[in-house]
Design a protein. Structure first.
Length: 366
């Protein structure tokens, strides 16, 4: 009996021990779970690491027109202030008889855009195609700005040239390739001050040859077939793609002077409106003032033909008229005809002189 009781006590102790071990095991698991659960909550409460900022390419910068420079052209054109430094002596009010009728001597004002130091080129133009203006209702002037280096010697040469020829128009801006838009706007500013003294304004580059005789005849056709709200030249067409300057990833902003390239900070559209080639175009007097004033309200764009004949002119509802006689990509000498008005890309003096001889032979037969 004692043995039975003794065995029974041992079993009871074993059961208690087993229960105790089970309780300890369960308690340890519960602690582990709570501890693990706390760690999970702690991790979820920690803010996630910052995402890496996306990389945006750094575009090259138009020389003279970085992003932090004002693109408001009123700051440069000063529309209510006389900015002309050298003024041409125009025969305003003078009449000339041509084809049996009287015309203003400044019926067509041709404004040649030329560099400050291109006096030799200007002299050559005076001796060639501009020489024809003497007997036509046309007047040729040359538009320049200020030398980038501020060379006093250059300024003295310009003053002498202006006194000798009376055909220089100098405006207050730095004369660089990327300031051609300013140049054209200063042209419009000056032309609008002439009021009704001119009927048409023609803008040309100094590497263009102008057949003044054909031009004088052609504007009589414009009078009949084109409304006064027109710009005539070689129309390039709408929706031409914007050419972006190339960039190198990771490099800092670099200035560039490449032709026809426009960074997105200057113009963020992907295409251009309909425009007339800047090699040369005719704008009717009625549209000069409106185009100028519209341009003052448009941010700077480093393509002058797009800016003037596209963006600014469109706000005035100007009609762009294409003319096949404006050879904006140039023309071979042997293909030149009497009907041609403009031949662009005449880089060499020799070619300009040959063109003059060719037209002289066409008109005189000698």
């Amino acid at each position: 009996m004692a043995a039975v009781n003794q065995n029974s006590g041992k079993k009871h102790c074993q059961v208690l021990l087993a229960v105790l071990i089970l309780l300890v095991y369960c308690a340890s698991n519960i602690l582990d779970y709570d501890s693990g659960s706390f760690e999970v909550k702690s991790k979820s409460a920690t803010p996630p690491p910052k995402k890496q900022q996306p990389y945006y390419p750094i575009e090259p910068v138009v020389e003279g027109w970085p992003p932090d420079v004002s693109q408001n052209l009123s700051n440069y054109l000063k529309p209510n202030i006389n900015t002309t430094l050298i003024k041409p002596n125009l025969p305003l009010g003078e009449q000339i008889s041509w084809r049996g009728e009287n015309y203003s001597k400044t019926h067509i004002l041709i404004c040649v855009h030329t560099a400050v130091n291109s006096s030799e080129r200007r002299d050559l133009i005076r001796r060639t195609w501009a020489k024809e203006q003497k007997t036509l209702p046309t007047k040729v002037i040359f538009l320049i700005g200020i030398s980038k280096n501020g060379d006093n010697y250059n300024n003295n040469i310009l003053k002498y040239e202006a006194n000798q020829n009376q055909d220089l128009l100098q405006e207050d801006f730095i004369d660089t390739y990327n300031n051609l838009t300013l140049k054209s706007m200063f042209m419009l500013k000056y032309a609008q001050s002439l009021s009704t003294s001119i009927k048409y304004l023609m803008k040309v580059d100094d590497d263009s040859y102008i057949n003044l005789r054909r031009l004088s005849e052609y504007v009589t056709i414009i009078d009949k077939r084109c409304s006064q709200k027109c710009i005539v030249g070689h129309v390039l067409g709408p929706n031409s793609p914007v050419i972006r300057p190339k960039f190198v990833q990771g490099e800092v902003h670099e200035e560039f002077t490449g032709k026809w390239e426009v960074p997105s900070y200057i113009y963020n559209q992907e295409t251009f409106p309909n425009v007339v080639s800047g090699s040369g175009y005719i704008i009717s007097q009625d549209m000069i003032s409106c185009t100028f004033k519209s341009g003052l309200g448009i941010p700077f764009l480093n393509l002058e033909d797009v800016f003037v004949t596209g963006l600014a002119a469109s706000k005035c509802h100007v009609h762009l008229k294409n003319s096949q006689w404006f050879n904006f990509t140039g023309k071979k000498l042997n293909l030149v005809k009497k009907t041609d008005i403009l031949i662009h890309g005449v880089k060499s003096d020799d070619l300009l002189e040959k063109l003059y001889a060719k037209f002289h032979k066409i008109y005189t037969g000698s």
